[in-house]
Ligand binder design. Structure first.
Ligand SMILES: CC(=O)N[C@H]1[C@@H](OP(=O)(O)OP(=O)(O)OC[C@H]2O[C@@H](n3ccc(=O)[nH]c3=O)[C@H](O)[C@@H]2O)O[C@H](CO)[C@@H](O)[C@@H]1O
Length: 364
């Protein structure tokens, strides 16, 4: 069996793709899996780290302003579709999966014109552009939220939840504390700005370091690549007290296992992972995403008293009051934890792979 998984751009597209690949490989150890991503994007390093081969296409998004790059855009798309077509002819996949992001467009376009079965996995409650454009051409669309028939043909929809890597919820706390060099007798706060980092969270965290140290709290502060050099300098004087800036966390399983409380952006996968790990959290939705979809992701938890929400515009003033209060209130932590676990979809990845295998079977 041969399967191509295409897409990426950010962790929110890449890691669900890895989860699907891992489950497929678990069930069909001899399956050949090839990823297709966009050159220069995060998937080109993260996918090989996860143990899979990836081929890159030269494809990027449209800029909002009129730029010379935009004029080249149609040519780039045509070239990428041609390269994707050649790839399909040589690899001859039994099915193609698209997880959203630039690279999934040319691959799904080429696959659907070759009559290769195709499946889309949409992570958010608001459909991404590529997925919306390709919905009519693909065979199945696996979604994580109700009401997605606003965007997609109802007969193709399967409500599965988001695929989360299985190891995410299996981290051992003692091993995690040892891994990050943290002290078991003091609380740990994990700050996650999404796969690229978040300026507002970084500014609020940098300003709160003295308060956190005074309260005896240890911090794993994921900053994102762009913000890391400055954050590293800001955190350095607090390292001895267990406050650490990290550019990117490869062992998210251990980061969640170490954490008593998580402060996070509300990207779809981060939210799904918080449900699966049962972590009490304060969500700060990004205001810079289409249709404010991170607020919708966050509200899906908040309305069940399964997470707290602080608006991005209030992060500078309120976030760390809330975080310190929650860190000092184990009963409230337990309540949020019990509620958030109820919202997990532990079967998501397995259901998506069931759908994929059904598609392949129908064809053969
Ligand atoms: C700014 C932006 O466009 N954000 C979008 C992007 O978010 P983003 O890429 O930040 O994605 P998510 O929050 O959904 O998921 C992040 C993923 O990266 C992993 N991770 C993160 C940080 C780290 O240091 N190490 C690590 O492994 C997390 O465990 C998780 O698996 O895609 C999501 C899913 O389509 C959307 O909901 C978000 O709105």
């Amino acid at each position: 069996m041969k399967v191509i998984i295409s897409g990426g751009g950010t962790g929110g597209h890449i890691f669900p793709a890895v989860a699907i690949a891992n489950e497929l490989r678990r069930r069909q150890p001899d399956a050949e899996i090839l990823f297709v991503g966009a050159n220069g994007r995060m998937e080109m390093t993260r996918v090989p780290e996860a143990g899979y081969k990836i081929v890159g296409l030269d494809i990027s998004g449209l800029q909002r302003r009129l730029t010379p790059q935009n004029l080249l855009f149609p040519i780039k798309v045509m070239r990428a579709v041609r390269k994707a077509g050649k790839l399909l002819e040589s690899f001859r996949p039994d099915a193609v999966v698209g997880v959203g992001g630039y690279a999934s467009a040319p691959v799904l376009l080429a696959a659907t014109s070759h009559g290769i079965p195709s499946l889309i996995q949409e992570q958010n409650s608001y459909a991404g552009l590529v997925n919306k454009l390709l919905a009519r051409r693909v065979n199945k669309i696996c979604v994580a939220y109700e009401g997605m028939n606003k965007f997609f043909p109802a007969e193709k929809l399967v409500l599965t939840g988001n695929p989360v890597r299985t190891e995410i919820a299996t981290g051992d706390r003692a091993a995690a504390l040892a891994f990050f060099g943290l002290d078991a007798s003091r609380p740990v706060l994990l700050v996650i700005g999404g796969s690229l980092g978040a300026r507002t969270l970084n500014q609020a965290t940098a300003a709160a370091l003295p308060r956190l140290q005074a309260a005896g709290v240890q911090v794993l502060w994921q900053t994102g690549k762009l913000y890391y050099p400055q954050a590293q300098e800001q955190a350095a004087p607090f390292a001895a007290a267990g406050l650490h800036a990290l550019e990117f966390v490869q062992r998210m399983d251990l980061a969640y296992a170490a954490a008593d409380v998580v402060v996070s952006r509300a990207g779809a996968l981060s939210v799904s992972e918080l449900c699966l790990t049962g972590k009490p959290s304060i969500l700060v939705p990004s205001p810079n995403v289409a249709e404010d979809h991170q607020t919708k992701n966050a509200m899906a938890l908040v309305k069940h008293d399964a997470a707290l929400l602080v608006k991005d515009s209030e992060a500078a003033t309120r976030l760390y009051d809330e975080a310190l209060a929650l860190l000092q209130d184990p009963a409230r932590q337990q309540q949020l934890s019990a509620n958030v676990r109820q919202l997990a979809h532990p079967e998501a990845t397995s259901t998506i792979v069931d759908e994929l295998l059904k598609l392949i079977k129908t064809r053969s």
